[in-house]
Design a protein around this ligand. Structure first.
Ligand code: FE2
Length: 424
């Protein structure tokens, strides 16, 4: 039948027994224990894990790789990061933003990321970051799906031109309506911004993804308004709340009412473990709060929970490697999700769950799905998280787009094996 590619003896997140995966014309056409056919290219997985691509549900591609420009964030706080970004914005050029974004996309593909939802600041009247990322979105489309969120970083009501700029950005082709209600001047302004932004999304038939309650203030309850507006406007399944860190500090009784509301509204939750653990709790002495939202409780209530990278080498975070396994690894620790099923939930939160939030067509490893997947140097998702497994091969539409040699150490120890494989 003239197959393009067969991956032999692969385990997958949903299949513990080795299977063959056959690909033709960019789609998976068969998954079976043994496929008796030849293909133009064969890859022997040898019992290793093949996963659908990693998906980053929350990122800031207009700021990435700008570390040190125009200076470093000395306090490491969210507010100094926002101030620093404000200093950098006037100096940005469309070319520099696009160059950095493209460089990050190279890294993302090498790390097996197949799709990224990135927020883009619309509070600069020039909208040059929007222009740059729209250009990058088209340029990388063959190997990476980008979804852009119109993000009023300085506040939808607090920044005078934000409403007009946000609508201009959507007119230009930005995919998702963003927001930042906790950064408005008052709680009332925050709630009003949620209402206004959800109405814009409803009018235009667009999804919503708001930075929501990224604070340790337990009284920051914009997620409640977001869920209520989602129901009022019939936006169920199209809305995500990013960060939701105030939920960490909320009163348990209030949360017992809030989580069912979020579930009823089918609002998704996106936590950013690397950033939440470093940014939150900054006003605490000891004990210091972790600050990440209530991931296991939201997941148990049936809320789709995904993890995002948020920042890599930018005004808010000096580190980051574009590795969604690093993100999942941090989540396991911060949320204390160390049970076997819980760790698998964390793996899903960087693969299947964000794919669902982004609405990716043909995502998965079933016949008919797009032939997008990653061969890892690991035997199962838990080992992948534990070792932040090497991406041996990244496949997009049936074509190998990135390869990295296996991580194997040569040892010279008397009486011990000559090599050491971190995946055992
Ligand atoms: Fe963010």
């Amino acid at each position: 039948m003239g197959l393009d590619l067969i991956v032999r003896r692969a385990v997958t997140p949903k299949r513990a027994e080795p299977h063959d995966i056959a690909v033709k014309d960019g789609r998976i056409v068969e998954v079976a224990p043994t496929i008796e056919a030849a293909a133009a290219q064969e890859i022997d997985a040898d019992g290793r894990l093949v996963t659908p691509p990693f998906v980053d549900a929350h990122f800031h591609m207009d700021a990435t790789l700008s570390l040190g420009l125009p200076r470093f964030n000395q306090s490491g706080t969210l507010l100094e990061g926002i101030a620093l970004w404000g200093e950098l914005k006037p100096q940005l050029t469309q070319e520099a933003v696009a160059d950095r974004a493209l460089k990050y996309c190279d890294l993302a593909v090498a790390q097996g990321i197949g799709a990224i939802r990135t927020h883009v600041d619309v509070c600069d009247d020039r909208l040059l970051a929007v222009e740059a990322l729209l250009q990058v979105r088209e340029q990388v489309r063959p190997h990476l799906d980008l979804q852009l969120v119109a993000f009023p970083q300085d506040g939808f009501h607090r920044s005078a031109n934000a409403p007009a700029n946000l609508k201009r950005a959507l007119d230009m082709g930005v995919d998702v309506v963003g927001g930042i209600p906790h950064f408005e001047r008052t709680m009332a302004d925050g709630a009003a911004s949620v209402r206004a932004l959800c109405e814009i999304a409803a009018d235009r038939g667009l999804p919503v993804d708001m930075h929501c309650d990224e604070t340790d203030d337990p009284m920051s309850r914009h997620i409640e308004t977001l869920a209520a507006e989602t129901i009022r406007l019939g936006l169920q399944g199209r809305v995500a709340g990013s960060h939701l860190t105030s939920m960490h500090s909320m009163d348990n009784y209030y949360v017992s009412k809030l989580i069912p509301l979020i579930a009823e509204a089918r609002v998704s939750a996106i936590a950013n473990p690397l950033i939440n653990i470093t940014i939150q709790g900054r006003h605490d002495t000891y004990p210091k709060r972790r600050g990440m939202t209530r991931v296991p409780e939201l997941a148990a209530a049936g809320v789709t929970v995904a993890f995002g990278q948020d920042c890599v080498m930018d005004p808010w975070y000096s580190l980051g490697t574009g590795d969604m396994l690093d993100v999942a690894h941090m989540a396991v620790h911060v949320a204390q999700m160390t049970g076997r099923d819980a760790m698998r939930t964390c793996f899903d939160a960087v693969t299947y769950s964000p794919a669902q939030i982004l609405g990716l067509e043909g995502y998965g490893l079933e016949p008919g799905c797009r032939a997008d997947f990653v061969l890892l140097q690991a035997r199962d998702p838990i080992e992948a998280i534990r070792t932040r497994a090497t991406r041996l091969a990244v496949i997009r539409r049936g074509r190998v787009v990135a390869e990295t040699p296996a991580r194997v150490t040569n040892l010279a120890l008397d009486g011990r094996p000559a090599t050491f494989d971190p995946a055992g």
